[in-house]
Design a protein around this ligand. Structure first.
Ligand code: FES
Length: 272
């Protein structure tokens, strides 16, 4: 806890995450004993006496008020989505801590973090859409634009790379954009493929995350099978699914219940 502000006047306790009102730190003496860090009036935009030409005019957009917290009565939120977000909020003392699970819920429902989805989550959480958007734009796994119905992330980090990840990624890319497909079939960008950094499952290298489930070790031949299964809505490589591998020390393959019972896996396919 900072000693700079009395306990009862710490704004982030009343509204965690709101940093706009946090006061400037007090000036600190430098080596010569001079106080430094005190903002001079002329250094602040909009201060009387400040030269007009010093204020940068970057157009209207930058000076617009940010979107406020949406009024829940004005935003229609699908019941299942609202319930999932509220469940996540209950797990944390501060509602903003549920931002990541809330964004996941939005992404699972709409396939990406659409502006409307973010607004719905913001209405449920009582935060601004801008706040959730800033969280989503920070993390690589959140999509801020539509990227196809299915997503294949091939790990290209060290363990997977040593085991042929580059060839695997190339095979997935080729299969996903296979020429010669009939026009009436699913569009070629229905499967989004990209290389990714270590996904934390190095023991099954080379591996990939396919629609948020881990599979490995994969071969280049698996790429065609996977793309085919995704497009024909079949189960993807059940024998290579990480969640169905035996838990360490077990004689036979039984699913790890910590994975199968995880909300992510339970929610899949039950959106209403
Ligand atoms: S290097 Fe691929 S999962 Fe870690």
């Amino acid at each position: 806890m900072t000693p700079l502000m009395p306990k009862r006047r710490r704004p982030w306790q009343a509204d965690p995450g709101h940093i706009a009102d946090v006061p400037e730190p007090p000036p600190m003496p430098d080596r010569q004993g001079e106080l430094v860090g005190t903002p001079t009036p002329a250094s602040q935009p909009g201060t009387p006496g400040r030269e007009a030409e010093e204020v940068p005019d970057d157009g209207e957009a930058k000076h617009r008020d940010p979107a406020s917290v949406p009024d829940p009565s004005e935003v229609e939120v699908p019941r299942a989505l609202a319930q999932e977000i509220r469940r996540a909020m209950k797990r944390y003392p501060q509602k903003r801590s549920a931002s990541i699970p809330a964004l996941w819920a939005v992404q699972r429902r709409y396939g990406w973090c659409s502006p409307e989805g973010i607004r719905q989550a913001a209405a449920v959480m009582g935060v601004t859409p801008g706040y959730l958007e800033s969280v989503a734009s920070f993390y690589d796994l959140f999509r801020l634009e539509p990227q196809g119905e299915h997503q294949v992330l091939v790990c290209t980090n060290i363990s997977c790379w040593l085991n042929g990840a580059d060839g695997l990624l190339e095979a997935f890319k080729q299969e996903a954009s296979a020429p010669g497909r009939e026009a009436e079939e699913a569009p070629v960008d229905d499967v989004f493929v990209r290389g990714f950094e270590c996904l934390g499952a190095c023991d099954i290298a080379p591996m990939a995350s396919i629609d948020e489930r881990y599979y490995g070790p994969l071969t280049e031949d698996d790429a065609a099978t996977v793309i085919d299964q995704l497009r024909s809505k079949q189960e993807v490589l059940p024998e290579k699914r990480l969640e169905d591998r035996p838990i360490a020390g077990e004689a036979r393959a039984t699913a790890d219940k910590r994975v199968t019972k995880h909300t992510v896996n339970k929610v899949k396919g039950k959106q209403g």
